[in-house]
Design a protein. Structure first.
Length: 434
């Protein structure tokens, strides 16, 4: 049986034979995005992590150091990332935006996110899928608007494995008070974005302090190092009860339709009753779970890419397979959105709403509240416009109903993008209620 399976599109890649990046002798790699305001030390941290975990090819460090010397520039660990970026531009490496290192039998894939647009864009197109995040904050600068936006996007994307790294501790004499003040600020921001940091770690990226080993300079800090914190992060997502399988494509396999897609939530068990949404009709009971080149399965889990083999000619991309008859479909959505387009969003604007594989024409019918991106305080109720990079609570009217769960209940089917002329103009999460 040959089963073509093309890119899943928005929220991930559906490849039924290799669902995750794996190494032959270990479990799945953990994809970690590193975010932070410019100059807070992201490149330095990445360079240092690659160096301190011996992930650089032999001779690479010397090559980069020699190049810096030739140009008369003071050596910085950040040059490692610049070097990869140059290689990428020259086409020497295929994808150096993703860098890897290994620690205690696990591979970590570092996703560099230069700005919040790139970050959301990469996640939205499925070109990178962060499961964990390191949020960098320069202790001398504090929280910046970009830090807010990054934290908001982490919440939007449902990333729960987060460590905040308070960087440049050497510049404040390794002061515990300075660290505690910053920790409090960051925790406030995160909680406003609906996320919590599992760890807040004081570091000096340039000096490698508290990255791979505890630093003597901060004896008051008893928590984990950055590598220890990463080691505690789980790559598996929480398995939820309710089944959601967005249909990505339908193929003809052995003369019968095969609807393929990834199980976004729940467990698919053979013999269960299933329904097709938004139509709300029951699926023919004689269906089978298939995986590439495998006999029918009794069960498949959240995150698995599977095929549902069934005599049903009505199946098509954009439908959702669920295991309860009473799953609510809606054409009115109340949501929190981050406006990405350069021009403001206005009440009455039309766009395409995209959530998992569902695509529906939509209209922005109300801007309930507009937030100041720097402070996350409400600046206007019932606004006429949302400015670029602003966050707003909005109401959308869709041309027909979709399965859109409250993000707090099922994050995978509770997030969406709005697109205009093929470009994402906003990313959002569905709020509970209408
Ligand atoms: P990015 O824009 O977030 O990638 O920031 P960079 O990694 O380029 O760092 C910006 C500047 O901060 C560089 O000059 C770094 O050397 C410096 N820097 C980074 N980490 C530290 C640190 O722990 N201590 C000090 N003093 N400077 C740092």
């Amino acid at each position: 049986m040959r089963l073509p399976c093309r890119n899943y599109g928005r929220w991930g890649t559906c490849n039924m034979s290799t669902p995750l990046t794996t190494q032959p002798d270990q479990g799945p790699a953990l994809h970690v995005v590193i975010v932070g305001h410019i100059d807070h030390g992201k490149s330095t941290l990445i360079g240092r992590l690659l160096h301190d975990t011996h992930a650089l090819p032999i001779g690479k460090l010397e090559e980069i150091q020699a190049a810096a010397e030739r140009q008369g520039v003071r050596w910085e660990f950040a040059h490692i990332l610049d070097h990869f970026a140059e290689e990428r531009e020259k086409g020497i490496t295929i994808d150096s935006a993703q860098m890897q290192f290994r620690h205690r039998d696990r591979t970590y894939v570092i996703i560099d996110a230069p700005g919040h647009r790139e970050f959301l864009g990469n996640m939205v197109t499925g070109s990178s899928q962060a499961e964990a995040a390191l949020v960098l904050v320069d202790v001398t600068q504090g929280i910046q608007p970009q830090t807010w936006r990054h934290c908001y996007i982490l919440g939007l994307l449902g990333i729960r494995s987060i460590a905040v790294l308070i960087n440049k501790m050497d510049l404040v004499g390794y002061s515990e008070d300075a660290f505690n003040r910053m920790k409090q600020d960051v925790e406030q921001v995160l909680s406003a974005c609906g996320v919590t940091a599992q760890e807040v770690i004081p570091i000096a990226a340039r000096l490698g302090e508290n990255l791979t080993q505890r630093a003597d300079t901060m004896p008051w800090y008893q928590g984990p190092t950055v590598l220890d914190a990463l080691g505690h992060f789980q790559s598996a997502q929480v398995v939820r009860e309710e089944l959601r399988v967005p249909i990505q494509d339908v193929y003809d396999v052995d003369g019968q339709p095969m609807a393929v897609g990834r199980i976004e939530s729940g467990v698919l068990r053979a013999g269960r009753s299933l329904w097709v949404m938004p139509e709300g009709r029951p699926l023919s009971p004689s269906w089978a779970i298939r995986k590439y080149l495998q006999p029918p399965l009794a069960e498949a889990q959240q995150g698995d890419c599977i095929g549902i083999h069934v005599a049903d000619s009505q199946l098509r991309r954009g439908q959702m397979i669920v295991d309860r008859e009473a799953v609510a479909c809606r054409d009115r959505i109340r949501a929190s959105v981050l406006w990405l387009a350069n021009r403001p969003g206005r009440v009455g604007d039309r766009a395409v709403w995209k959530g998992t594989t569902q695509e529906v024409p939509a209209q922005l019918t109300r801007i309930v509240k507009r937030f100041d991106p720097a402070e996350m305080a409400v600046v206007e109720s019932n606004a006429a416009e949302i400015g670029p990079s602003e966050v707003a609570e909005v109401e959308l009217l869709l041309a027909h109903p979709v399965v859109a769960d409250a993000f707090g209940q099922i994050p995978q089917t509770g997030r969406f993008t709005l697109e205009m002329d093929g470009e994402p103009i906003a990313g959002g999460v569905v709020l509970a209620g209408e």
